[in-house]
Design a protein around this ligand. Structure first.
Ligand code: ZN
Length: 166
């Protein structure tokens, strides 16, 4: 199980579509617990399982993780079922250190998924919270913020990474 390791782009696990979770077994419960510790230690406002090396559809989101942790949502197999509006803002990612990218996102979304207790839920989110959900769900589809960046920004990052500077 992961301890505090965050996979960095271009690790392969960050570029592939993560698998649906069928059974919420002990492995998934442990994974969610480890991810929680990793996310709050970083700290980050969201984390997706591929970022810790597990290609499964599990995300954690806490919009106040930096200031006052306690608004944690853990969601299995999340799907955006409604979206509205559009807004562009800069985003950072624990898997793409020292980079910020302007990313267009829907302004309001409804996301559906399953809790760790196996209950199906729907969450309405807007603004920053909606943005985090969309960022984390992107990870489950093998997409990172660099996919929204210019070729130049992308190649600068990849060069730095190759030289071991990140
Ligand atoms: Zn990210």
């Amino acid at each position: 199980m992961p301890k505090n390791h965050i996979c960095l782009y271009p690790d392969e696990v960050l570029k592939i579509r993560a698998g649906e979770i069928g059974n919420i077994d002990l492995e998934i419960i442990d994974l969610a617990e480890d991810m929680k510790n990793i996310m709050y230690t970083a700290p980050g406002v969201g984390l997706a399982a591929p970022q810790v090396g597990f290609s499964r559809r599990l995300i954690l989101v806490d919009p106040t993780a930096n200031k006052e942790p306690g608004n944690l949502t853990t969601l299995i197999n999340p799907v955006i079922i409604e979206q509205e509006g559009s807004d562009t803002d800069s985003e950072m990612c624990l898997s793409v250190p020292e980079v910020s990218v302007d990313v267009p996102r829907a302004e309001r979304i409804v996301v559906q998924g399953v809790t760790l207790e196996g209950k199906e839920i729907r969450i309405e989110a807007e603004g920053f919270l909606a943005r985090i959900f969309q960022h984390e769900i992107d990870h489950l589809d093998g997409k990172v913020i660099l996919d929204y960046a210019s070729h130049l920004k992308r190649s600068i990052y990849l060069k730095k990474r190759k030289k071991g500077k990140l």
